[in-house]
Design a protein around this ligand. Structure first.
Ligand SMILES: [Zn+2]
Length: 194
């Protein structure tokens, strides 16, 4: 069931780590944070492919703040990496050190067996741990030539350019790409009126 309270998150970056940064976006000229509640954080994680183990610990009173903190830490590092600057890794490393994990063999009701990674630590840190690890891996291993900021005016979205030609310029052709086409057309028209 669609929850009418939930915003529709943007999944256009072609990488979940950059989609996570894009939970802050410009909406009608306003900087808008799509992670307003703990429930929205859980929903984003689910949609992005980081489902939390359903162990029923509900009061994640600090989850939203922890998620925003992780996101802005990631944003800083990704911007530094993109700019070729020296990375300030302390905050990220502190977040990564907030949990530890081990593998467990878990029997399924169908009689099968699956391998599951269990995290220990404070609830919010545990819920965010798989995402935090993905962020760290991304920063260490992504091809930053392909990590780009949308060229749209005022747009703050990031994407990973997986196109064959590696010439992607826009978060979305429908939004910024189209706006650019229209404004280029207007400029041409103004320069060459009929
Ligand atoms: Zn854009």
């Amino acid at each position: 069931m669609e929850n009418s309270q939930s915003p529709s998150f943007l999944f256009l970056a072609d990488h979940p780590v950059l989609d996570f940064l894009n939970t802050v976006a410009m909406v009608e000229g306003q900087r808008t944070d799509f992670l307003q509640t703990d429930g929205q954080v859980l929903e984003w994680l689910e949609q992005a492919g980081f489902p939390c183990s359903p162990d029923g610990e509900s009061p994640h009173s600090t989850l939203k703040d922890a998620a925003r903190n992780l996101r802005e830490t990631a944003r800083g590092l990704i911007a530094q990496r993109k700019a070729g600057e020296t990375l300030t890794t302390e905050s990220m490393n502190r977040l990564l050190a907030g949990t530890s994990s081990h593998l467990q063999l878990v029997a399924t009701p169908e009689g099968g067996i699956v391998l599951r990674r269990e995290f220990q630590g404070e609830v919010a840190a545990r819920i965010l741990a798989p995402l935090a690890e993905s962020i760290a891996e991304f920063i260490a291993t992504a091809d930053f030539q392909l990590v780009r900021h949308c060229e749209g005016e005022g747009c703050i979205l990031w994407f990973y350019d997986r196109t064959k030609s590696h010439r992607r310029r826009w978060c979305s052709m429908n939004v910024c790409g189209n706006r650019h086409k229209v404004s280029a057309y207007r400029t041409r028209r103004a320069a060459n009126p009929e």
